[in-house]
Design a protein around this ligand. Structure first.
Ligand code: FAD
Length: 148
């Protein structure tokens, strides 16, 4: 059984760190946007220490911040402690890394997506993408059960 789930200017597959910022940016630019996540409890998941920043990724967080993104702000809101890495080396490789509350960070990011105008957060796995005339058709797989 299939049903039409909606039409969007922008569809973002995955509400990880990249998907969150892409969806927020598109919605804030006025595009009717949907962001799909397999699991609502894993929005902005940190499968790690968890930390935001550090060598190589610290500059990405700052770039997102400069472009109006939410990663740095949410890291501040969920902050536990921070450390400047590589102090024993030259200033070019000094790198700020913040330890954050992983669960709170996921909740904070989910809440920001939910509050964003022009943006719908939907729990579904995209299983197929087809090019159509002037856009794309996305197929999702949703579990449904019925007694009859
Ligand atoms: C063990 C581990 C430790 C790490 N430690 C650190 C660290 O200390 N510091 C650090 O900065 N980084 C760390 N990282 C790296 C960091 O987690 C990744 O760089 C970051 O998560 C990448 O973000 P992303 O949005 O590209 O992808 P992801 O965070 O992987 O997000 C992708 C999302 O898309 C969803 N998705 C995928 N396919 C579909 C589909 N078909 N339909 C719908 N949704 C879909 C996934 O479920 C997921 O939610 C670590 C990673 C791992 C695995």
């Amino acid at each position: 059984m299939t049903y039409f789930a909606g039409e969007y200017d922008v569809a973002v597959i995955g509400a990880g760190h990249a998907g969150i910022e892409a969806a927020l940016a598109a919605a804030r630019l006025g595009c009717h946007t949907a962001v799909f996540t397999i699991n609502m409890d894993a929005v902005g998941n940190c499968p790690c220490n968890p930390s935001i920043g550090g060598t190589a990724k610290g500059h990405l967080v700052r770039e997102l911040d400069a472009l109006g993104g939410e990663m740095g702000k949410s890291a501040d809101e969920c902050f536990l402690q921070s450390r400047m890495l590589n102090r024993g080396k030259g200033p070019a490789v000094h790198s700020l890394r913040a330890q954050i509350d992983r669960r709170k960070y996921a909740e904070t990011m989910k809440h920001k997506l939910e509050l964003q105008e022009n943006l719908e957060l939907r729990q579904a796995e995209i299983i197929d993408i087809k090019r159509t005339g002037d856009g794309y058709d996305l197929t999702t797989q949703m579990l449904a059960s019925a007694r009859r």
